[in-house]
Ligand binder design. Structure first.
Ligand SMILES: *Cc1c(COP(=O)(O)O)cnc(C)c1O
Length: 362
């Protein structure tokens, strides 16, 4: 070890040194079906109108720290109940970080079912918090309610994260199970609705019904991943405290103006979502026809599948060699062994993926 490595290793917390960085592969030139992006761009006249709106931006000034108009637009578009307040984040990733910074301390535990969105664990560990993952049922990736309730009783978590629908499995947990968890949890329960546009189920209308519930959403999976805008809805008592930790200018001027504009054009994005829902069904049906694949039900814009007769890492590499990028979940192990996750793309992209896969599965 060099002298510098030694210095770094001495100064930084061991949990930081032990982390591996969140790896994002270079996707240039690939059919990109790995990151739950909406594949559609905007019609040309809409792009022109957007650029015209951006003309009004003042990059020499700090951005608006309150974003009142944007929040009003988000509340309306997302059915946020009257009386609930919003916290905006640079993606919902930042909101996870804000929540965990607010509870961080010695002996504090964060809990989530697993497999789930990896940032809950990653951010908790980076802040020196204990993270408890409770295995989902292997058969269908549903919540193991008894195990969840037992873990909650044992570990008394400050925060429970529930991705609804879950990533990378794509399923929705039972609403009744989430109600039981809300009743049992001594701390906050974050229902993460990143895939709300595709799910047709939500706790948003009920966010004020439980005093320990907050609901998190993002514009990323709807079709605005590049803007980095997520939000948390809940009682002012929670949101006001979290807002103290938010850096004052976390929403930049280009994001604010672009998101306000996109919310005015919601029918365009909703139309894209309808196409993706239709194509999710087509893609799932195509995958289900293959012998040797188990397809999991999805309420999101991606599909998880397990290879029963082939090696997932090998198929992943062969897809990549054919110019198609999906997510290889095999390295996560456990119930995700031999699993790949494909994002729903355009009909042409989906078809190409299915054709290549067909050739590979022989
Ligand atoms: C993608 C994803 C997020 C992160 O969304 P950003 O707003 O882009 O940071 C959060 N939660 C889940 C479950 C996700 O899949």
């Amino acid at each position: 070890m060099s002298g510098l490595d030694n210095k770094v290793g001495k100064l930084l917390r061991p949990e930081v040194l032990a982390l591996s960085a969140y790896h994002v592969p270079d996707a240039k030139g690939y059919i990109k079906l790995d990151a739950m992006e909406n594949p559609y761009s905007w019609p040309e006249d809409m792009v022109a109108e957007w650029l015209e709106r951006l003309r009004g931006a003042e990059p020499n000034r700090y951005p608006d720290p309150a974003c009142a108009d944007l929040k009003a637009g988000l509340c309306q578009a997302n059915g946020v109940p009257a009386g609930a307040e919003l916290l905006l984040g640079n993606g919902s990733d930042e909101i996870i970080q804000i929540i965990l910074m607010a509870v961080a301390g010695p002996e504090v535990t964060i809990l989530a079912p697993e497999p789930t969105f990896v940032m809950y664990r990653q951010i908790a560990v980076s802040l020196g918090l204990r993270f408890v993952g409770v295995p989902l049922r292997e058969a269908d990736f549903g919540l193991d309610l008894d195990a969840m309730l037992a873990a909650i009783a044992t570990h008394r978590p400050a925060v429970v994260f529930l991705a609804y629908p879950n990533n990378p499995t794509g399923n929705l947990f039972e609403a009744a199970d989430i109600e039981r968890i809300l009743a049992a949890a001594p701390g906050l329960v974050v229902v993460d609705e990143a895939y709300a546009p595709y799910a047709d189920a939500s706790f948003m209308p009920r966010v004020l019904e439980f005093d320990n519930l907050v609901v998190m959403r993002t514009l990323s999976k709807l079709g605005l991943a590049g803007l980095r805008l997520g939000f948390l809805a809940g009682a002012g008592a929670w949101i006001g405290q979290f807002d103290k930790i938010r850096l004052p200018y976390n929403i930049n001027v280009l994001t604010r103006i672009s998101a306000e504009f996109a919310l005015e054009k919601l029918p365009v994005l909703d139309g894209q979502v309808r196409c993706l829902l239709r194509d999710r069904a087509v893609l799932a049906a195509s995958l289900a026809q293959f012998d040797g694949i188990r397809v999991y039900d999805s309420r999101a814009n991606f599909i998880l599948f397990k290879l029963l007769k082939h090696d997932a890492p090998q198929i992943f590499q062969a897809l990549k060699a054919a110019g198609i990028l999906v997510k290889n979940l095999h390295p996560a192990g456990g119930p995700l062994a031999q699993c790949l996750r494909v994002t729903v793309g355009t009909p042409e992209e989906n078809q190409r993926f299915v054709e290549v896969l067909r050739a590979l599965l022989g």
